[in-house]
Design a protein around this ligand. Structure first.
Ligand SMILES: CC(C)(COP(=O)(O)OP(=O)(O)OC[C@H]1O[C@@H](n2cnc3c(N)ncnc32)[C@H](O)[C@@H]1OP(=O)(O)O)[C@@H](O)C(=O)NCCC(=O)NCCS
Length: 177
């Protein structure tokens, strides 16, 4: 499976893939993996706008983002990973990771490959020195993937979110590059 950087021309396909993934959030046996109500369907406009603007933003400028996709033999998106900057300019040496793998391609090592692709890029990209992420406490698949790829848990906030009448904790993890 080929992993390559997302270009502006990929965005329609990427949002269709992300929308399909968000429709699984807390459904069909999946844990809640985005801190959003199950009532949200498709990619919210604000998320699309942040993603689109972030890709066009120079590294280090507020809101910057870079993303990679895995593309299957038929050209469909099988997984994604993205890195974005923190709001605080004093934290320009840290990026925040987000990711997902299409349901048809899980447990085949693609998630781990996507993490390593983002890490490889970040290692070559000064001043980045750390990757951080937040993961909902009940998302055990993602927590296991991150632990296997070298992320260390730095904290957990219980009851951070109240979503659809449920309480959800959130775990913070970091990997030094
Ligand atoms: C979490 C997710 C990205 C994992 O992707 P994946 O391609 O299936 O992961 P990999 O095949 O690379 O798995 C690597 C390791 O992670 C762990 N892991 C992955 N899925 C797991 C699961 N369902 N249960 C337990 N461990 C799991 C295992 O240690 C696995 O190694 P193994 O298969 O040799 O046991 C995928 O389940 C997903 O897209 N989930 C929905 C979106 C999401 O949670 N995104 C992250 C939000 S923070």
């Amino acid at each position: 499976m080929d992993i390559r950087a997302v270009a502006i021309a990929d965005l329609d396909a990427l949002f269709a893939y992300l929308g399909d993934q968000l429709d699984e959030n807390g459904r069909n046996g999946m844990p809640l993996f985005q801190p959003m109500s199950r009532a949200v369907t498709g990619v919210p406009d604000a998320m699309r706008a942040r993603f689109t603007a972030g890709l066009a933003t120079k590294l280090g400028e507020p809101g910057w983002r870079r993303a990679w996709i895995a593309v299957d033999a038929g050209g469909a998106i099988a997984g994604h990973v993205d890195l974005r900057g923190r709001a605080d300019p004093e934290s320009a040496h840290r990026a925040i990771l987000g990711m997902g793998v299409h349901r048809d391609h899980r447990r085949a090592g693609l998630g781990a490959r996507l993490v390593e692709a983002a890490v490889a890029w970040a290692r070559e990209t000064p001043p980045l020195a750390w990757i951080d992420l937040d993961v909902l406490s009940a998302n055990h698949a993602a927590r296991a993937l991150y632990a296997r790829t070298g992320f260390v848990q730095t904290g957990e906030i219980e009851d951070l979110y109240r979503i659809d009448g449920e309480s959800h904790g959130s775990v913070m993890m970091s990997r030094r590059l």
